[in-house]
Ligand binder design. Structure first.
Ligand code: PGA
Length: 239
């Protein structure tokens, strides 16, 4: 595992965007993540792409997850998020951008379809954040390290953490379709970003802890090509 230590969120975002940008010609399928962590990364990446007038027409993207019950045009859906932070700013053809359909009539069939799609495309580089409880994608503690894309229930802490993106009184979805840990581990390369003291325990477990399904991020210890970009606060328990 390669660790890149940075000072803060800004530096993490710039450093990750630079890494992905310089790798772009080697990436056909890019795995993407949502949440608060990668917002600065997307901003830096789209700025770099704009400055250089770079075409991303060759790129296919697959996102980790989507909330169950939210249609693509729902402002809190990850479809909407991705469009806002990246897709609409680039020339990636929209049929080449993929997320699980949160409003599928049969979410289990949708999970199976999505797993096949991800497997068929083959992810060259997967971007990951990590939850305070160590989740990756929406694979909460207790998830199998061999799990495939599935319908899952969010942990209470995750629902509370995600409530900040929803309006007051608005219901935070409690289920999602997420790539499984087994699916994620098939990516050729993984780039995990972590910022802030809230992530310090998960980062410590990833770098120094025993592998345990109670700390999903530790599954990455088995992967041959993981880069972690973490800031000082996220590394505060790892020294
Ligand atoms: P965050 O979430 O980036 O909003 O902190 C990360 C995650 O839950 O994977």
């Amino acid at each position: 595992m390669k660790l890149i230590q940075v000072a803060d969120y800004e530096e993490m975002s710039r450093s990750a965007a630079e890494l992905v940008y310089t790798e772009l010609e080697n990436i056909r399928t890019l795995g993407l993540a949502t949440g608060g962590t990668p917002l600065g990364f997307y901003e830096a990446l789209r700025e770099r792409v704009r400055q250089e007038g770079r075409s991303l027409q060759h790129l296919h993207t697959v996102n980790l997850d989507e909330y169950l019950g939210l249609a693509a045009d729902h402002p809190q859906s990850y479809h909407y998020y991705m469009n806002e932070v990246l897709f609409q700013h680039t020339d990636i053809p929209s049929p080449q951008t993929h997320l699980p359909a949160g409003d599928a009539e049969d979410p289990y069939a949708e999970a199976a379809r999505y797993d096949e799609l991800v497997t068929r495309l083959g992810v060259d580089l997967q971007l990951l954040g990590v939850g305070a409880n160590g989740h990756i994608g929406f694979n909460e503690p207790g998830s199998s390290f061999h799990g495939r894309t599935d319908v899952v229930r969010l942990a209470e802490g995750t629902i509370r953490a995600n409530a900040r993106f929803f309006g007051e009184g608005e219901r935070v979805p409690e289920q999602a379709v997420t790539m499984g840990i087994g699916t994620i581990l098939e990516s050729r390369r993984i780039l995990l970003l972590a910022s802030g003291a809230r992530k310090a325990e998960a980062v410590r477990a990833l770098l120094h802890g025993a592998m345990s399904e109670e700390m999903p991020v530790t599954a990455l210890q088995t992967h041959p090509d993981v880069t972690v970009i973490a800031d000082e606060a996220a590394l505060s328990l790892s020294r």
